[in-house]
Write a protein that binds this ligand. Structure first.
Ligand code: AP5
Length: 222
């Protein structure tokens, strides 16, 4: 029998490792990774009107308005690969209205995974993060060094990855978390994200395996 497509929301503070874990889930399950931040950065790079509006808000660590982000995610979710392989929403929904927009479309996750990482580690992860513009791969100057000098030379730092902006980003995340999570109370799974990536992955993978075997993950209290 064919396994049901994966439907997971990956939540957590900025730089908690959502993208890092998503990369592993894609490798193992071929699930479609839909990261709101990546979709927005693509708009910015393309220089579209929406991209121009989004850039200033993203650089300040604030949320981009629903009229931009809801449409981008909705369109991506409607593509055929999603039907076949399932979806992994990363950094979306980030507000109650975004969650409501998903519900309106009948889109509900089987698990709402929250990566928990203390603020002190977040600052360390943000300041060391680098991005490979060619492959989209995420590196860290301490925890995940580039494989070669050639890659190291082309790495870039995201414009919102600064110590002063991380404060706003953390505040925005905390402000909305309860409202968003309240729509997914039966699906919440807390994962300790303050461990090596492979240990974090083991826990998330266990959630996916349970879901695929038809057993629903029980919420673990914080
Ligand atoms: P977005 O791109 O979603 O940023 P974010 O939530 O701040 O998350 P990040 O991408 O920064 O981090 P991550 O959790 O993926 O961590 P990563 O794996 O890279 O959003 C950016 C902006 O876009 C927002 O501020 C907003 O303006 C806008 N936006 C996005 N979504 C929106 C929405 N829905 N509505 C409105 N606006 C929206 O890891 C971080 C670093 O740590 C890396 O260097 C990595 O190598 C390292 N690392 C990862 N895991 C570990 C580990 N276990 N141990 C040690 N190091 C690790």
């Amino acid at each position: 029998t064919k396994e049901a497509p994966i439907k997971i929301i990956l939540s957590g503070p900025p730089a908690s490792g959502k993208g890092t874990q998503a990369e592993e889930l894609v490798k193992k399950y071929k699930v479609v990774h839909i990261a709101a931040g990546d979709l927005l950065r693509a708009e910015v790079a393309a220089g579209s009107e929406n991209g121009k509006r989004a850039k200033a808000l993203m650089d300040g660590g604030n949320l981009v308005p629903d009229e931009i982000v809801v449409t981008l995610v909705k369109e991506r979710l409607a593509e055929p690969d999603v039907q076949q392989h399932g979806w992994l929403l990363d950094g979306y929904p980030r507000s109650e209205s975004q969650a409501a927009a998903l519900e309106k479309e009948g889109i509900h996750p089987d698990a709402f995974v929250i990566l928990r990482v203390p603020d002190s580690s977040i600052v360390d992860r943000i300041t060391g993060r680098r991005l490979d513009p060619e492959t989209g791969k995420i590196y860290h100057m301490k925890y995940k060094k580039p494989e070669s000098d050639e890659i190291a030379k082309r790495l870039v730092t995201r414009s919102d990855d600064t110590v002063d902006k991380v404060k706003t980003r953390l505040e925005v995340y905390s402000k909305h978390l309860n409202d968003v999570a309240s729509l997914y109370l039966d699906e919440i799974v807390f994962v300790d994200g303050n461990r090596p990536p492979q240990d974090v992955f083991q826990d998330i993978d266990a959630v996916v395996q349970k879901l695929q075997s038809g057993e629903k993950e029980k919420a673990v209290p914080p």
